[in-house]
Design a protein. Structure first.
Length: 343
């Protein structure tokens, strides 16, 4: 078995643990903390790349259980001197040629390494016949990283996460988060699914591409956003229906017609207007209560946690809160609410 480690969006430790065990049948989890999991499996790199609830994944080369006063430099020094690691770092992809670079991060911030040590390590790696240095456009990356929990890692990153600042529109959810929201809703092939605040379409498109479904409804009140969803959804197969609807008046949908609602409603503005959030969310929950089937699920992402929890106390005969996941969205504190419809 090979040892890997992967990062994931903060707040979803239980979801990641459950789904690692589901997708990697022989997995052994050595350590899991908020945002990071270390595990052993016989699964290959390509299988792990396909796990969309993870952010970046690495082959673990060396684990540092305790960190000193100058952790990055001490870690680099140990690896550069450890001849036992030479075969591992010279042929990490089992005979495939690649360009590489060596980087260092301390609690998600890039840090400089001692130049002599870095050059020594690069030379040690590139003396094999498989890897050559390319610090600007590498195929793979060796990364030293420290964690706030007090340990360090040296690994080979084999995933390439896009630069979302360049590829995503303003306010568009990261694909990993959209996937996790759909995953939390317990997707099945018989689901009639709705996102009535689809925005750029991240959530409904993720559901349609990554999970089985009967029908997916993607809707938004903003006509321009609806046109964007139509453009993005051209390659989506199956019964994917796009509507230009008001989420508070979903007249096209019948009573008890929806199995799952997964959505990211407004956090303050709607149609460039400032909202009375308590009234808005109350009207939203009333409409969701009308269209959701008995035992249907609502997964709600919002920064308005106090408002949601206040209103759920008013809807105790209609909804029950199963779990709240506390997370960060673009640096802002948010909550993901998994809620079941009672009747």
């Amino acid at each position: 078995m090979k040892t890997y480690y992967s990062t994931f969006i903060t707040g979803f430790t239980d979801v990641v643990k459950d789904n690692l065990q589901k997708h990697l049948k022989d997995v052994q989890i050595d350590l899991i903390t908020d945002g990071l999991v270390i595990y052993k499996t016989t699964a290959d790199i390509e299988t792990i790349k396909r796990l969309r609830f993870l952010n970046n994944s690495f082959v673990l080369i060396k684990y540092f259980p305790k960190l000193g006063k100058n952790p990055i430099q001490e870690m680099v020094k140990q690896v550069a001197k450890d001849i036992r690691l030479v075969p591992i770092i010279r042929n990490p992809l089992m005979g495939k040629k690649a360009k590489f670079r060596v980087m260092a991060m301390s609690e998600n911030q890039a840090v400089k390494m001692d130049n002599d040590l870095r050059i020594r390590l690069e030379k040690n790696i590139s003396e094999g016949k498989y890897l050559s240095i390319d610090r600007s456009l590498p195929d793979i990356e060796f990364l030293f990283s420290t964690r706030s929990e007090g340990f360090g890692l040296f690994g080979l990153r084999f995933t390439k996460r896009p630069n979302y600042e360049k590829t995503l529109e303003k306010g568009e959810l990261y694909p990993e988060l959209a996937y996790l929201l759909c995953l939390i809703s317990e997707p099945t092939a018989n689901d009639t699914f709705l996102d009535p605040f689809s925005g750029s379409g991240s959530i409904p498109i993720s559901r349609a591409i990554s999970f089985p479904f009967k029908t997916v409804y993607a809707s938004d009140k903003d006509t321009k956003l609806v046109e964007k969803i139509k453009s993005k959804a051209r390659k989506v197969r199956g019964n994917f229906i796009i509507g230009n609807w008001d989420a508070l008046k979903l007249e096209s949908l019948g009573n008890k017609s929806i199995d799952k609602i997964v959505t990211d409603p407004p956090w303050g503005l709607y149609g460039n207007k400032e909202l009375n959030l308590e009234h808005f969310y109350e009207d939203m929950l009333k409409e969701f209560s009308r269209i959701l089937k008995k035992d249907g699920l609502l997964v709600l992402l919002t920064a308005q946690k106090e408002t949601v929890e206040l209103l759920l106390n008013k809807f105790t005969s209609e909804f029950v809160l199963i779990k709240r996941y506390d997370t960060l969205v673009s640096g802002k504190k948010a909550g993901v609410y998994k809620i079941r419809k009672l009747n």
